[in-house]
Design a binder for this molecule. Structure first.
Ligand SMILES: [Zn+2]
Length: 489
């Protein structure tokens, strides 16, 4: 772990120097600037009926109250060539591809003609949001949700179907509201994200490890109208959205929700959108109450406002996107190896026991998982790398090394939340973030989707990101004419 930290520090130092150069006040005159178009929309996704929440296994029954409304929000962007793309963010644990994202994306593509590479769904990983599933499992799940009655299952299914419709309308609404705008971005920092992989007595336990690798950067994308007024801000933080715990059986956006509320409170005409970073191995410190969630939200929101008021790097050029679904390798474990893991005092045991139950049911465990990756290239000024699932913090440095460039925003929790995305080192060390594919928590049809990633997963992730970044950088602008239908409706 020491070696990783040193390499991380080296890269951070180099990044700061590059940053100082890149973030000198933009020299382009207003007349030289790319005029983007931006469309915004939001929809409340607070359940109107009682549903079971996803994130903790120690709750019982549906949520008890609404501490804060939760939202899905869309940001549609069009470059000077008419190329469009949409980012959707939401106060949810994650987007599960088989249950939500694939179906919603297909419907949006039918309506708008947008290429799949131009739709990006990011979840805040709030553990105080509803379970999203079309076929939830009734049995209690020690890492995910309470046992469900037949009525709970009906309510969750109904909520999920309604959510799917809301998401399609959300994206179409944003595309229909495109107006001229300027984009600029910068980076801040918060200190509450804290590494949660503590080496103790020869294994990794989930406890604060302030010396462990953590990405404390706060990337900020400012979207302003041509009169200079703030239209929207997309901001990130790489930390589990878990200031609240299983004791809080309430609907809320946790620190990310409170940060959005804080920013929108200061800028009532603007839309604030939260984008998760590589925070699989970070928890907020401290954590454990609504008051703490609010405090972290104010800290993060305050930092975003500070960055917004500082000189930012304006974004010029085209928006080119690349997307690929790639097989990530899983470990081939014998029954004896699984039984050995099932006896460990850790989350790995929960995964191993589930895998054994799959085998006992006569089903076959997968040897790979097909995961979606995307890179969005905003001119030469910003590369947005959209990793799926829950990536650990070291991926920020590793992606920086792999691409050999700065001006990077490495986001996690995009398009498919299939579990944890570990590095080779995390696979070797074990611990909670090594448990891999946890799709079985999302639905009965996903019961056999379980497995520990092989250490080669890191190489596959990095080579995929490298290929996609090259593809996005080399892309020639293509106007997607079918999208015009949406605008004209
Ligand atoms: Zn998580």
């Amino acid at each position: 772990m020491g070696q990783t930290q040193r390499s991380l520090l080296g890269i951070l130092a180099a990044g700061i120097v590059a940053w100082a150069v890149a973030f000198a006040p933009a020299s382009a005159t207003p007349g030289d600037q790319t005029i983007w178009k931006v469309g915004l929309s939001r929809v409340k996704i607070t359940p109107s009926r009682p549903v079971v929440l996803l994130g903790y296994g120690d709750r019982s029954g549906p949520f008890e109250s609404v501490a804060q409304d939760i939202y899905a929000k869309a940001l549609a962007v069009e470059d000077g060539h008419g190329q469009r793309a949409v980012i959707v963010t939401a106060d949810l644990v994650g987007w599960q591809a088989a249950v939500v994202t694939h179906k919603v994306c297909r419907r949006i593509q039918e309506k708008t003609g947008l290429d799949r590479s131009r739709l990006l769904f990011n979840a805040s990983h709030a553990h105080t949001g509803p379970l999203v599933s079309l076929d939830p499992s009734a049995e209690a799940n020690s890492v995910a949700h309470a046992p469900m009655t037949p009525n709970d299952i009906r309510e969750t299914t109904a909520y999920t179907k309604e959510l799917q419709k809301k998401l399609v309308a959300l994206v179409c609404d944003a595309l229909a509201r495109l107006e001229p705008a300027r984009l600029a971005w910068g980076m801040g920092r918060v200190d509450f994200p804290t590494n949660r992989r503590l080496p103790l007595e020869g294994r990794i336990v989930m406890r604060d490890n302030p010396a462990g690798p953590t990405d404390r950067a706060v990337p900020v994308l400012r979207i302003e109208a041509l009169d200079g007024s703030l239209k929207a801000v997309l901001f990130g933080c790489a930390c589990h959205n878990t200031s609240l715990t299983g004791r809080d059986n309430v609907i809320a956006g946790d620190y990310a929700g409170f940060a959005q509320e804080y920013i929108e409170g200061q800028h009532p005409a603007a839309q604030a959108m939260f984008m998760s970073g590589c925070g699989a191995d970070a928890n907020p410190s401290p954590r454990g109450s609504m008051e703490i969630a609010r405090r972290h939200g104010s800290t993060l929101g305050g930092e975003v406002l500070r960055v917004l008021a500082a000189p930012l790097k304006s974004i010029q050029g085209d928006l080119n996107t690349a997307y690929r679904e790639v097989d990530l390798p899983l470990q081939a474990l014998s029954r004896a190896e699984l039984e050995a893991r099932a006896g460990l005092p850790s989350a790995e045991a929960v995964m191993a026991r589930h895998m054994l139950s799959v085998l006992d049911g006569g089903e076959v465990l997968p040897d790979r998982y097909r995961a979606p990756f995307a890179v969005w290239q905003f001119g030469g000024d910003l590369t947005l790398v959209a990793l799926p699932a829950e990536p650990v913090a070291d991926y920020v440095a590793l992606v920086g090394q792999a691409l050999g460039r700065d001006k990077l925003w490495v986001a996690g929790f995009n398009n498919d939340c299939f579990g944890y995305l570990p590095t080779a080192q995390v696979v070797r060390e074990g611990g909670h973030e090594a448990i891999g594919i946890t799709l079985w928590i999302w639905g009965r049809s996903l019961r056999s989707k379980a497995g520990f990633f092989a250490s080669e997963v890191e190489d596959v992730v990095l080579s995929t990101v490298r290929d996609l970044a090259e593809q996005a950088s080399a892309a020639k602008p293509v106007r997607d004419t079918k999208c015009g239908n949406v605008n004209g409706r």
